[in-house]
Design a binder for this molecule. Structure first.
Ligand code: UDP
Ligand code: MG
Length: 320
């Protein structure tokens, strides 16, 4: 029997690229005749015609399934839902915009099926076509992450990855609400083969990630995979205490030797402002960890399914 490979494709407002994606999928599946290729389109609450197109594609081609969220839950939720509902011996996560070249699939499948790796991941070695400021901050982020986290996160790693069922099940065991897939993939371990490629620009439509959204996402990564900022806050507190102690001795000696003329209120104001700032900054860091903990304890579902056609052939009451 043919082994089954399911592609999980998160889609948010991708009406322009979905037909192009389907074309590429057909092309690559002709190359991979030895496998039964499937696609699970996860519509992340799109506001355009993405869902209609997904439905039309799935009506014409039984290899395509879709699952649609009740609203936009974000790419991480879409990946989670896709992995949870994908069956098959191997599962791949792939963007809809063809920035994850489907032509790499044969190589990835070869690595997992023939070479015995548990997953085949991709990383782009160039960032051509990306705004330079975005590339700069992305590089800084990976550098920082690898310094402060024990989980290895590759620079330029994409979410585009093929994995075995065992790897997928391990990822699903991490059912946290604040998800950061790049960290989760590294955290679960197993043998991963890295496949490098040159950056490909989006085929149509626009990126869904603003600079602000990316910044928040990177904080998700830092808070989710490192507690070093909390330790740094304590160290900072200690350093400030030590400086204050030295100041105290200097002032004491000065007063004893030269008397105590009232002077220096501007420096006092600066010190108060500086300490106030440091305290607020540290409280902010604590607050971020606390807010993530708060969201986690609510145990809200990661996504809510609006409609899907994957129930067919499965138990009616099975949870999607
Ligand atoms: N995406 C999603 N939900 C979102 C934002 C993005 O499912 O809220 C999907 C999007 O449809 C695409 C993938 O995630 O398939 C990557 O998004 P995009 O291409 O906008 O990001 P970039 O490649 O610019 O980092
Ligand atoms: Mg993209």
């Amino acid at each position: 029997m043919k082994k089954k490979v399911t592609l999980v494709v998160p889609c948010y407002n991708e009406e322009e690229v979905l037909p192009l994606f389907y074309e590429e999928f057909c092309k690559v599946s002709r190359e991979l005749q030895k496998f039964e290729m499937k696609v699970l389109l996860v519509d992340d609450g799109s506001k355009d015609k993405t869902l209609e197109i997904a439905k039309a594609l799935s009506q014409n081609d039984s290899r395509i399934k879709y699952l649609s969220f009740s609203r936009n839950f974000g790419k991480e939720a879409a990946i989670y839902a896709g992995l949870k509902n994908a069956d098959g011996d191997y599962v791949a996560i792939m963007d809809a915009d063809l920035q994850d070249p489907p032509s790499l699939l044969p190589e990835m499948i070869h690595a997992v099926v023939d070479e015995g790796y548990d997953s085949a991941a991709t990383r782009r070695v160039t960032r051509k076509g990306e705004p330079p400021i975005r590339s700069f901050f992305a590089r800084r982020f990976y550098h920082l992450m690898n310094k402060i986290s024990t989980t290895e996160i590759m620079d330029g790693a994409r979410d585009y990855r093929l994995m075995t069922k065992q790897f997928k099940d391990a990822i699903l065991q991490l059912s946290e609400y604040n998800r950061f897939s790049k960290g989760i993939f590294g955290w679960v371990g197993f043998q991963t083969k890295w496949i490098e490629f040159e950056n490909v620009e989006r085929q149509a439509g626009e990126t869904k990630w603003s600079f602000w959204k990316l910044l928040l996402y990177s904080l998700e990564g830092i808070i989710g995979f490192s507690t070093v900022p909390l330790a740094l806050v304590s160290v900072l507190g200690l350093i400030v205490c030590m400086i204050a102690f030295i100041f105290l001795i200097v002032i004491l000696v000065k007063t004893l030797c030269f008397g105590d003329p009232v002077a220096g209120w501007p420096s006092m104001a600066c010190i108060i402002l500086l300490l106030g700032g440091i305290q607020l900054f540290c409280m902010g860091i604590l607050g971020m960890y606390l807010s993530k903990t708060y969201l986690e304890t609510k145990k809200r579902p990661i996504y809510i399914c609006g409609e899907t056609n994957i129930l067919k052939g499965r138990e009616e009451n099975e949870e999607i």
